[in-house]
Design a protein around this ligand. Structure first.
Ligand code: 0L1
Ligand code: MG
Length: 263
């Protein structure tokens, strides 16, 4: 059930997308709309998506967010969320990320699944995900909440496309049966110094659970994950704040590295 009108949804979507495109902070929207529901929050996110597509952008994938205890504890939120990835969010491995286009970015070590068959919830489980996965690859997300000081609640962050802003996909792929996804180790370095480390099981016990949860959350809106979808599973470690000039390199056990630089 929603409590906001169509006009309010459209206005809030524009409010948050303007903040994203012009890189300025806003206060969390539940301050002004305390009665908004989770359906309203997703309606706002889907309206931002619709408006980007109407301007000619392509949606190139999906992301799960807040799927690890490290992230939930860091942000004071206790349930995962999802968002979409637009074409211009994609940065090549080893590429440069323009800090002036962002507000206060943080780097997250993630993995991505690419599907070869549709996943239609409800009731999707890890087995369905593994059967429908074409390959797994390393990926780094650069999140950038539009909310002042990253202060938000779950509804506000869902409306803000779950802080999506940029991502870097790595160049090594592997079939899920060739990986030990629970134990897969990641080490994040900023300017050559190790700042975070973790293993795949940090994400909901098994990285494939995150993809299952996405399929089941999408089913609540009559949506599904089509074949060929790139899905980031959420941060394995806490997110790390970066400044202009910083370089990152995330090392993945058996899957190479993903790197980039903030300029
Ligand atoms: O895990 C994530 O991708 C983050 C989702 C949104 C919460 C945040 O901005 O930390
Ligand atoms: Mg993330």
């Amino acid at each position: 059930m929603g409590n906001l009108s169509k006009q309010q949804i459209e206005e809030l979507a524009k409010h948050l997308e303007d903040a994203e495109l012009q890189a300025y902070e806003v206060t969390k929207i539940t301050d002004d709309f305390p009665d908004m529901t989770y359906k309203d929050a997703f309606d706002i996110q889907w309206e931002i998506r619709r408006s980007k597509e109407a301007r000619g952008h392509k949606i190139v994938g999906m992301k799960m967010g807040l799927t690890s205890w490290a992230k939930m504890a860091q942000m004071g939120v206790e349930k995962p969320c999802y968002g979409f990835l637009a074409d211009y969010f994609s940065i090549p491995d080893g590429g440069q990320i323009k800090l002036d286009e962002l507000i206060h970015p943080k780097v997250e070590a993630e993995l991505a699944f690419v599907t070869k068959a549709p996943l239609v919830g409800p009731g999707v489980h890890i087995g369905d995900v593994l059967r429908a996965t074409d390959f797994v690859m390393p990926a780094v997300e650069i999140i950038d909440s539009r909310y002042k000081d990253f202060k938000f609640d779950l509804k506000s962050v869902i409306a803000d496309n779950s802080s999506s802003s940029r991502f870097v996909a790595g160049g090594t792929m592997a079939r899920p049966e060739d990986l030990d996804l629970k134990n897969l180790g990641v080490v994040m370095e900023i300017n050559g110094e190790v700042v975070q480390l973790g293993a795949g099981a940090a994400v909901l016990g098994h990285p494939a659970s995150s993809v299952a949860m996405l399929a089941n959350m999408l089913a609540e809106r009559g949506e599904h994950i089509p074949a060929g979808t790139f899905i980031m599973i959420g941060a394995i470690t806490a997110a790390v704040h970066v400044n202009k000039g910083d370089s990152f390199c995330v090392r993945y056990q058996g899957l190479g590295t993903v790197s980039g630089k903030f300029v």
